[in-house]
Design a protein around this ligand. Structure first.
Ligand code: ADP
Length: 399
């Protein structure tokens, strides 16, 4: 089966054509600057890369370019569109309505639209991506896979904020959580690597990239996660503050004369490790600066690691124990030193890191010592594969 996975942003569109059964990636690529001028980078497996400016006035034009290049006689990987069995779309917000992936129909589109106020930047872009595909490939089954769906198993005590209950019932204010596809994928892979049924494992998954979140996955289900009503909650990130005292907002409005919109923008785009360090939002730059003696870069790293450590502890408490901790995404997959700093002091939970095994990148690995009571793992995330698998499963079930 060949599944086209689409991740549409406001001016970009990532795609991958893959076989979820063999896990073979036929091609992947990225359309950028849609609506401005347009650029396409197409990477077919085992063939030449196509990297050029291509006119893309809108998302429909971008999808058409993707389909053309996929069938191209030099850069292409399929002979005709008939070879594509279905399309899987990443959708950021599914609210409370979508607890699983679904085949897209008119009712589903209404549901995704109803979630726009919860994700005003992301859901409209996802909708445009879906509609563009519908226009260009009207007969292909399409599936929506939501970033929030995996977390819909959280119990009310975990998702409710201690604010007036009517904010929840009337305004939908609650913890939703994000990165669900990634947390689900790596927790399932962890169970497979440990050769144990997921139904008996308590796993803390740490998705640490530019955006960062942890998830307490108890017996295969998310029971708590660090991101909240928006991705702004929880851990400090590249440029996001993570959880802060809500009173700071009004205080800064008074003290610095900012509008609340401006404060929100600073908390999103100028905070996190960039805000503390003044150096960069990229952990590679921070590690280099810290090595050269930059104290604020070191403080940003220490603050980030300290908060991840605390989240692992609180997730263990929420699950009544922890059998495994998993690191994934840009930082989690690539930085042995940050992983080591995060795990420092967590030996009391039976999590003992092996410094040599921790010195790994790019492939699934167990990082804990052979006699560590519980496991520490590194698992490269693969949201596209998860989306393709979900798409294939639903399309097969519908037949
Ligand atoms: P996104 O949330 O944008 O998908 P990624 O998961 O791709 O983010 O992670 C990107 C981040 O990973 C970069 O900003 C960088 O901080 C971090 N990163 C990548 N490689 C390394 C590395 N070798 N060492 C430390 N951090 C790294």
């Amino acid at each position: 089966m060949k599944i086209l996975v689409i991740n549409a942003g406001s001016s970009s569109l990532k795609y991958q054509l893959l076989d979820p059964d063999t896990q073979e990636v036929l091609a992947k690529g990225l359309c950028e600057r849609i609506g401005l001028d347009g650029h396409l980078k197409h990477t077919p497996t085992g063939k030449d890369v196509y990297d050029a400016d291509v006119d893309m006035p809108d998302h429909e034009a971008a999808i058409k370019e993707v389909l053309t290049i996929l069938q191209h006689n030099h850069y292409g990987v399929i002979k005709s569109m008939n070879e594509i069995d279905a399309v899987g779309h990443r959708v950021v917000h599914g609210g409370e309505e979508f607890t699983h992936s679904v085949i897209i129909d008119n009712k589903v589109m209404r549901g995704i639209r109803a979630c726009i106020p919860l994700a005003p930047l992301h859901n409209p872009a996802n909708i445009v991506g879906i509609e563009a595909c519908e226009d260009v490939m009207p007969d292909k089954p399409m599936v929506a896979v939501f970033d929030t769906a995996f977390h819909q198993t959280m119990p009310p005590k975990a998702y409710i904020y201690a604010v007036p209950y009517r904010w929840y019932t009337e305004n939908k204010v609650r913890r939703y959580g994000f990165h669900g596809t990634s947390h689900q994928y790596v927790s399932e892979r962890a169970a497979a690597m440990l050769n144990r049924p997921i139904e008996e494992l308590r796993i803390v998954t740490c998705h640490l990239g530019n955006g960062a979140s942890t998830c307490a996955v108890k017996f295969g289900k998310s029971i708590d996660t660090s991101m909240g009503f928006t991705p702004q909650d929880g851990l400090p990130m590249g440029t996001r503050s993570g959880a802060i005292d809500a009173a700071i907002m009004d205080y800064i409005v008074d003290q610095r004369g900012y509008s609340s919109k401006r404060v929100e923008n600073v908390l999103n785009k100028e905070s996190g490790v960039l805000g503390i360090s003044g150096v960069s939002s990229d952990f590679r730059d921070l590690e280099a600066a810290a090595k050269e003696g930059n104290d604020r870069a070191q403080l940003a790293i220490d603050n980030f690691c300290y908060k991840v450590t605390k989240r692992i502890g609180s997730s263990a408490a929420a699950m009544g124990g922890v059998d495994a901790v998993v690191f994934t995404a840009g930082v989690g997959e690539n930085s042995p030193s940050l992983r080591a700093e995060i795990m420092e002091g967590l030996e009391f939970l039976g999590l003992v890191m092996d410094p040599e095994k921790n010195n790994v990148r790019g492939k699934e690995a167990i990082l804990s010592t052979d006699d560590s009571p519980n496991a520490i793992l590194m698992i490269p995330t693969n949201e596209e594969l998860m989306i393709a698998k979900e798409t294939a499963r639903l399309v097969r079930e519908a037949k």
